[in-house]
Design a protein around this ligand. Structure first.
Ligand SMILES: [Fe+2]
Length: 422
């Protein structure tokens, strides 16, 4: 079985299609209706529109199916109270599993089909939102047996039955603002990205209080995921002025507010700004693609038990040093972060140090050895690490084409914390 993103012709055509010289022929910039503020899911009387008013305007039958997990249940119940107060009948499915395994997604879709909602609300982290998006496809299109085979160009005809709202309880994945879902094919031991413009949620509702109970480690990990999205979104050849504006602003905000949210989870302003930064980065990378931070992070995360955000974040300095040979987009990042340098080399060194300072503030390791990966295990898994990174969908979006040998060098350099010099 081969997926659309493993097509050899695509590997040649996509980077060309994304190249700055010919892109823009069919660029569509899409994002959900973003709803923020304390009134989003009101308790009691409030002035003005709420998120639920927007939902109600789109749903005649007023049947809401809420997808969540054990952790998100307490926030989902607030969403349920608010939509029920607006006349919706609801059903909550709180069995979403980490990493959105396909069998779990099917189970969710079956419950969804029985309830027959015209509104689906996902309340949770990236796995919950991704799983709910995938279940939504099954619900709308029960004729599609293997959603892993869906291509970005395929018309799906979603929204004939329901509209989709995402309510994140973490600040990092950006899934509330992308037209992608990543599901886990447990039989094939593979993460399957399903990308299709119709998967963009109709609504993304940002409630900072839903993220305040995230423990510091998860705050740091998810925040670094947002930073990776934003930095790669600037570097990819598919970036444009719109994505740059959002991604650069997101980078600035992560550096300012992530340490605050990490130190004090109850810092409402920092939580709010991080949610917004994560969504800005999500809109940006949803359009321009993430690149090698995610190729290497996906590979590392699939072979070692490491949180996605930490796994992708740790590669930021190494892949930006690798990009430097062909791209000076990092200069724009230096500018928003106030990093000055007399030469390209000095600017890059300053940027890398700035990223490492952030890692230190978040108590995040700077290299793979400090992450606790034993050297013999790295050697044992090197072949797979290289293969998975090289074949990852995000490798298509790298500003600099990479060879398997270079993938191996980057793993080795990142293990020792060595500056990439090739
Ligand atoms: Fe990510």
């Amino acid at each position: 079985m081969s997926y659309w993103f493993t097509n050899p012709m695509l590997k040649i055509l996509l980077p060309m299609g994304n190249s700055t010289s010919i892109k823009g022929l069919t660029t569509i910039f899409s994002m959900p209706r973003l709803i923020m503020g304390a009134n989003a899911f009101p308790e009691g009387k409030v002035l003005g529109m709420t998120a639920v008013d927007y939902f109600a305007a789109r749903c005649d039958r007023k049947q809401a199916f809420v997808v969540t997990d054990e952790f998100g249940e307490r926030f989902a119940s607030r969403v349920v109270r608010a939509v029920e107060a607006a006349g919706f009948s609801t059903q909550t499915w709180a069995k979403a599993a980490p990493e959105a395994p396909m069998d779990n997604v099917k189970e969710c879709a079956d419950a969804m089909s029985q309830f027959s909602p015209d509104l689906i609300v996902a309340v949770g982290g990236g796995s919950v939102i991704d799983g709910a998006k995938a279940a939504w496809i099954h619900y709308e299109r029960p004729d599609i047996i293997d959603i892993g085979m869906i291509t970005p160009a395929q018309p799906l005809g979603l929204r004939k039955k329901a509209v989709f709202a995402a309510v994140p309880t973490t600040s990092g994945t950006g899934s509330e603002c992308t037209s992608v879902t990543v599901v886990h094919d447990t039989a094939a031991h593979r993460k399957i990205p399903v990308a299709n413009p119709e998967l963009m949620p109709d609504f993304a509702v940002l409630c900072p209080e839903f993220t305040m109970t995230m423990p510091p480690k998860l705050t740091a990990g998810t925040g670094l995921d947002a930073l990776s999205h934003a930095m790669d979104a600037v570097a990819t050849p598919a970036a444009n002025e719109l994505t740059d504006a959002l991604a650069l602003q997101a980078i600035k905000m992560v550096f300012k507010y992530l340490p605050r949210a990490y130190r004090n989870g109850k810092d409402r302003e920092a939580r709010h700004r991080m949610l917004l930064a994560s969504s800005l980065a999500g809109i940006a990378f949803g359009q321009s693609g993430a690149a090698l931070t995610h190729s290497f992070g996906h590979s590392l995360g699939s072979l070692f038990d490491i949180h996605h955000g930490l796994a992708v974040g740790i590669f930021i300095p190494y892949v930006f040093q690798f990009y430097q040979a062909v791209s000076d987009k990092y200069v724009a990042i230096c500018q928003v972060l106030g990093v000055a340098g007399e030469s390209r080399e000095e600017s890059m060194a300053g940027l890398v140090e700035k990223v490492r300072d952030l890692f230190r503030e978040l108590d995040v390791p700077l290299n793979l050895a400090d992450m606790g990966i034993p050297a013999d295990q790295l050697e044992e898994k090197m072949e797979k690490l290289v293969l998975y990174a090289y074949e990852d969908i995000d490798t298509l979006f790298s500003p600099r084409p990479i060879t398997p040998d270079q993938c191996e060098y980057i793993f080795r350099y990142a293990y020792e914390g060595k500056d990439v010099d090739f």
